[in-house]
Design a binder for this molecule. Sequence first.
Ligand code: PMP
Length: 410
Amino acid sequence: TRADINYFGAGPALLPTEVLEDAAKALVNYNDTGLGIAEHSHRSEIATTIINEAKADLASYLDIPDNYEILFMQGGGSGEFSATAYNLVGAWVARKHKELGSEDSSAEKLKSAVKNLKLDYIITGGWSKKAAAEAERLFGSEHVNIVADSRKSNDGKFGTIPEESTWNLSKDAAMVYYCDNETVDGVEFPQFPKSLEPKGDDGPIVVADMSSNILSRKIPIQNFSAIFFGAQKNLGSTGITVVIIKKSLLPQPSVALMKQLGLPIPPRILEYEAIAKSNSLYNTLSIFDVYIAGRVLKKLLQQYPDKVQGQQAVSESKAQLIYSALEAHPSVYKIVPDKTVRSRMNICFRIQGSDAAEQNFLKQAATLGLTGLKGHRDVGGIRASNYNSVSVDGAKKLASFIGTFASQGG
Ligand code: PMP
């Protein structure tokens, strides 16, 4: 049964059982309306209330200030690789256009500014690598600057974050992009990078992918221009992607201007301004997924009076339990990333010796109900994803099994 399983899958992830039980009822008959939540119109008052409450609860939990907009979008984290690039290039052009004015002579100046347009990417794992590759597809590699690539100083492998002093940041980038927690490689930024701290009113423009560590620690929202994450790991069910964006970055230049400059414009469905103007209802949104996210947030708010800081303490202690168990047996386990950048969310390790030992570990773990531990297909090994819904008890059981397996000789 469900109670026998402790699931450590990387996403979709566990959801609280009470939320799923309520959702099962809501799917059949929402609040005695005789219709299920997935059947009600996304334009109904019911849907609007669900959206607005989820936004307010997320803002409260993460302490998101009023100068930020919260958007529910579709297309997953991967859709945001394109959306961030399109929208922040648009915002950069809008800003330059305003600075230069609209006289005829400014058109040439704007064109020459666009020649130097740069999108900056810090590559620390598979997901930031994919995001940078998408920007190259959309804008051309001449416009993409790789600020740092952790594989370069680590034998071609991910597992570190290059020293900030080695970063090659552009002077006036449309955005600097990084992935706060690399799900596949188990690398997490220990804190907000010093060199990206705000300088004056307008820079740098910082965008972060927090798909796999949102709601697990306090974040200095004001340092970010935009943050995005799919719901399916720490928030809710697969199907919605959340964007938190500074309102001042929403306005996009005219289509005519972008065409004149030879720059692409986003499909409307990826345009933050359009989604913001319609309160996330530009088209049919899965209200069911927003409902699930909303229920999870209400539960978190009830559980943790000090909000995300409460969850942060629990996440850290669960991660500590698992890492300590691994560290106790260095001849059996090898933790993949560098100690200073270890993810609290995706704990990646190898079993020294052979693939067969890893297979054996997974098999024995499964007999104890510890599942979802297989590493990503690109890198292999073992990965324990320690998202919000993994219980302290589940983490303890895994830590204990890690110890038992090692004492049996691995
Ligand atoms: N970014 C990160 C950090 C991820 O972990 C994932 C998915 N695991 C993605 C982006 C892509 O998300 P999606 O599958 O929702 O497109």
